[in-house]
Design a protein around this ligand. Structure first.
Ligand code: IDC
Length: 331
């Protein structure tokens, strides 16, 4: 009997040890990247290494020049606990110490912030999007030469990394029509692919990344490409959801790399009801989404209250109404 008890105790111990080794990895401790690996584009979806749909739940920084303090590991770790699996590093090309109009010293600063952000996200097993944030420049061809140089450096630096995405033109608008975007995208994609074959590349669409239907009518050639759709729920309602569904039905892979429930200015009243409609639609297609913006700027699209000075480790009282709405959807 004693001996039997001993064997039983040993067996129990062995089960505990095995559980301690295997369970955390598979069921609790696994990060998004360790569980899903290199993502790719299949049909209209972003899928993991096993070909299963992977839903990006992201947060975008505000401009890295405006709010450099949030590109840090503690901040990303705090977001990870809220269900965030992807960070978008927004680097404006023109506005507020933009990459293309503020000199080489500032370019170095911005590149080191990107390094810091990618490193932090990687250590946490999160995906990370390097965003060439064109806005007032309108046509991405305006800074094509700089973009090619920038993305060549990034593609080399992060070649072989499974968690890095390249977003090559945030929001074309005005003269940035689909034929200009295609010209630009073909050139930049060629540059990236000359080094890096696998990374998912995100291409902006006309009218501040809303005309995914135009892109669907004449998509680019190449693999692992996905098209950006941006919405701000208090401004963009059913007509834009219709465009989105039209594009999906035509087979276009779409990723929402920016959205909010504020109006399109990033401020004004929030529309939770329109936001809920959008989330339900994106869930239906297992589509990724990245919320604008991680900062404490006094505008309703910020995730932190303007009174909050902390750069990570936030508590419930530090978050704005948009953030509280978002965490419910990301949980
Ligand atoms: C907004 C910021 C705001 C900043 C402005 C600069 O929220 O603080 O002053 O840019 O022009 C976008 C853009 C994104 C905008 C955001 C809200 O990609 O840069 O950020 N928005 O207006 N497209 C639609 C909305």
């Amino acid at each position: 009997m004693k001996r039997f008890r001993g064997i039983l105790a040993e067996f129990f111990l062995a089960v505990c040890v095995l559980a301690a080794v295997f369970i955390p990895k598979r069921y609790s401790g696994a990060s998004a990247v360790s569980a899903n690996g290199q993502l790719s584009v299949k049909g209209t979806q972003i899928v993991n290494e096993k070909g299963k749909a992977f839903v990006i739940k992201g947060v975008s920084t505000h401009g890295l020049s405006w709010f450099p303090q949030y590109a840090n590991k503690k901040a990303f770790q705090t977001l990870k606990k809220k269900g965030v699996n992807t960070i978008r590093l927004a680097m404006y090309t023109e506005e507020y110490n933009g990459y293309c109009n503020s000199g080489t010293e500032n370019q170095k600063k911005l590149k080191s912030l990107i390094s810091k952000g990618v490193k932090a996200a990687s250590e946490l097993g999160m995906y990370v999007i390097i965003d060439w944030h064109i806005l007032s420049d309108g046509n991405p061809l305006t800074h094509k030469a700089e973009a090619k140089k920038f993305f060549k450096t990034m593609a080399k630096k992060y070649n072989g990394k499974k968690n890095v995405f390249f977003e090559i033109c945030n929001e074309p608008n005005g003269a940035g029509d689909w034929s200009s975007i295609k010209k630009y995208a073909n050139a930049v994609i060629k540059t990236i692919r000359s080094v890096n074959k696998k990374a998912v590349i995100i291409v902006g669409t006309p009218t501040w990344s809303q005309d995914v239907d135009t892109a669907a009518a004449s998509p680019l050639k190449g693999s692992n490409l996905v098209y950006a759709l941006h919405f701000y729920a208090a401004t963009h309602g059913q007509y834009l959801r219709d465009k989105y569904e039209l594009a999906i039905k035509k087979g276009l892979p779409v990723l929402v790399t920016e959205f909010g429930i504020s109006d399109a200015s990033g401020n004004g009243n929030l529309s939770k009801s329109e936001g809920n409609k959008w989330m339900k639609l994106l869930n239906k297609y297992k589509a990724g989404r990245v919320c604008w913006n991680l900062s404490n700027k006094a505008e309703t699209s910020s995730l932190l209250k303007s009174s909050c000075q902390k750069t990570g480790g936030w508590k419930s009282s530090d978050y704005t109404a948009q953030a509280k709405w978002l965490w419910k959807w990301y949980k």
